[in-house]
Design a protein around this ligand. Sequence first.
Ligand code: SF4
Ligand code: SF4
Length: 462
Amino acid sequence: MEGKYFHHALTILQDVCIGCSNCMRVCPTEALRVRKGKAVLYENRCIDCGECYKVCPVNAIIIEQDDFSKIFNYKRRVALVPAVLLGQFPTDVSPQEVYNTLIELGFTDVFEVESSAEVLKNFINSYVSDSSIPKPVISSFCPAVVRLIQVKFPALVDNIMLLKPPLDLSAIYYKQMLLDQGVDESDIGIFYITPCAAKIAAIKSPVGDDYSEVNGVINMDVIYNKVLRVIKQKTPEETKYKNTCTINPQNILWSLTNGEANQIEGRCLAIDNLHNVIDFLEKLENDEISYVDFLEIRACDEGCAGGVLNSGNRFLTVERLKNRVKNLSAQQASSTVLNNGCFEKYLPIFEQKIAVEPVKPRNMLKLDEDMAKAMKKMERVQRIMKFLPGIDCGTCGAPSCQALAEDIVQGDAAISHCIFIQRTMEQTRQLDPDHSFRIMERIWGKDRFSKTSQKAKGRKRR
Ligand code: SF4
Ligand code: SF4
């Protein structure tokens, strides 16, 4: 949905940022610059992957969430829990204890997000088997990947699967179930406990959809700490949470690497980690990959177990979830009570609501809405690139020489921001050293130079 606003969950606290440029150097879409000694976000390029959040040494980047107290605006307060939340806890904490504690904290209902994958996999299999759908079909599960394709690989947008992920299906299911029980719509508050920033952005500004059924988002590290604090203080006595819809054990792994691909028919590949993802999508764009039916692509290592808001080690999380699958499978094999028929009644509603509209590209390289002007600007970028050194040193406050050239044609920077051009201009007397110094101050901030100038003054005195 091009033109629609792009909500970003990440905020840079300007008073905390020290302008170290770590974030700028890791951003996969060159969405950050340093100006006046602070990181600045180019919103049209950001995909909410959270890579910058991981490397900030002073926690200047925060992931916005809804205030926990917002849940009390509703009579029915539903926690949509992804399986990876359970994988964070030590092995002696059972899922039942976690659910009981969520109820104790104020939720009235708890529902495991991946439960609805049971329905989704059938929809995906018939979607993938449709010969008119472009192949490979790229999973719509990871919102950072969907946004990455929108901004960096626009030629691949038609490959994005136009089906809602389990998060949306679970919200639709649970809301409808409560409505059927006679609960008033205004009394239902559905809250997703998120392992990453991209899911927040997807809920606040869904791609290919007008709105989300989810009313709020709470970061997983916050919930993890709240739950663990309660569990450490006391053993929950009675069962407060009663499960009415049992998860199929296989679906517990849906958000992990291969969790989705393993359940889809045909030739399926699973790719995780943003660098691998970019590398793979480049190959796909260049037609170097063929005869693949379905691609499960996750921005984080080990899928959602590697989400930036997880508190636990991702490998331990995966191990715990796999153990849970084993235990549940054994239980379900010997029980006739557990079943997963809870969705059957709701299949017509899923059929009606599962599709999303075609995803549109958000071409970050588009230099102008007017094609002729954009072409002229692109030619100018190419001319400027001939003068820049091409070593992507970042001293200009942009992550690469190409990014600086683009900023120049957009009027956001000048060629004299390049330290190599400055030295050359000084040598040919087109720029005096004082002016060069002021340019660097404007990029890196005056404070950055006060240390070095004091040192230089000290040396002079000796
Ligand atoms: S969230 Fe990702 S895309 Fe956005 S600024 Fe940070 S690193 Fe770049
Ligand atoms: S990593 Fe980015 S946001 Fe954090 S201090 Fe460095 S420049 Fe500022």
